[in-house]
Design a protein around this ligand. Structure first.
Ligand SMILES: [Zn+2]
Length: 349
């Protein structure tokens, strides 16, 4: 009974702490509480930065993640955008309006160029058939490959400077892109990803000692790592792609999240969702450009679940939705209202 009272007391104080750290009251919001959207440079270009910032402010969004992927908008196009007047204005306006800026990017194809494969196949992965391939990722055990990765990452850090010191240098976007060489084959996809992230964090911290780096739990890295432990400064980024939003997280995703939260700190865990991702709901087909099937109750249900597990940091892809073309198709006012609902759910209004 004594232990029961102690447990109840502990639970009570845990709930109080959780409600304080995720509270809607501006004075008690912890530094790690984020209400974000992730966008492509092309989304921002279409709206122009001043219009976008005005919309984000009205929706109480306090974080923007700039997204690049190798296939459609790569790091070069992100860099060109940032140097453009529109990009410069975005950074200035974010600073003025206390909106944090991060960079959520698949970088590996670009920091280990595929053109190196011909002369250095050993830098690259061995597929499940035992064949070296230059298609995806790298051999995470190749020291020579790491030498190239470090050199190119250092260049990247000259212009990718998140205001939060949180870095997102993701591996390739694939389900079966891992290495099966004798050394790497000992590790699961999530363990290989964490091997990469632990080493990448060390490289980044040489330039920015305050840096932290995301472990992206997503697709084939959804399951928690089994053997590799995260270095201090690695935080969980949970991105449950492939959900049916009418339902809560699937039991597989829920279980994987809870397991990940046993490995990575809860305090810094971050959710990357797809609630407003018009690109995903269009199958990334620009000929479709579908309407986002927004339902505030589904989003609220999800946020409550994440918060019950101790997560306070949220962002969602809003790619192709915060876009002039989407506004023309589905109405600007209606779209802004949806974003405001999303902001309110996280802000606790
Ligand atoms: Zn390998």
């Amino acid at each position: 009974m004594k232990y029961r009272i102690i447990s109840i007391t502990l639970l009570f104080f845990s709930l109080i702490l959780l409600s304080i750290s995720c509270s809607s009251n501006e004075t008690t919001i912890s530094k790690d509480t984020f209400r974000g959207v992730v966008l492509y440079p092309s989304d921002i270009r279409s709206l122009e930065s001043d219009k976008l910032i005005d919309i984000l402010k009205r929706a109480k969004i306090n974080l923007i993640g700039l997204h690049s992927n190798t296939l459609t908008e790569n790091l070069d196009s992100l860099k060109i955008f940032l140097k453009s007047p529109n990009g410069q204005l975005l950074i200035d306006l974010c600073k003025k309006n206390k909106i944090e800026v991060e960079y959520e990017c698949h970088v590996l194809q670009e920091i280990l160029p595929r053109s190196l494969f011909n002369n250095h196949p050993e830098y690259f992965r061995v597929d499940t058939n035992g064949v070296r391939r230059g298609d995806l990722n790298m051999c995470f055990s190749s020291e020579e490959a790491w030498f190239v990765v470090e050199r190119n990452t250092t260049e990247l850090l000259k212009w990718i400077q998140p205001t939060t010191n949180r870095y997102f240098f993701w591996i390739d976007d694939s389900y079966d892109g891992f290495c099966h060489c004798d050394k790497c084959n000992l590790y699961s996809p999530s363990d290989q990803a964490l091997l990469y992230e632990n080493r990448m964090l060390k490289i980044i911290q040489k330039v920015n000692p305050k840096a932290s780096l995301a472990h992206l739990a997503y697709a084939s890295t959804l399951e928690a790592p089994k053997t590799i432990k995260p270095k201090e400064g690695i935080f969980l980024e949970f991105a449950p792609i492939g959900r049916n939003y009418e339902d809560s997280l699937s039991s597989k995703q829920h279980k994987a999240l809870k397991k990940n939260l046993e490995i990575f700190p809860k305090r810094t865990a971050h959710v990357l969702e797809y609630w407003l991702d018009a690109s995903m709901f269009s199958g990334w087909d620009r000929n479709k450009w579908n309407k986002v099937p927004w339902n505030a109750n589904y989003c609220k249900r999800d946020i409550e679940l994440y918060r019950s597990l101790g997560i306070c940091s949220f962002t969602t892809f809003a790619t192709w939705m915060l876009h002039q073309h989407y506004f023309e198709l589905y109405g600007q006012d209606e779209t802004v209202e949806i974003l405001k609902e999303y902001g309110s759910l996280l802000n606790g209004d």
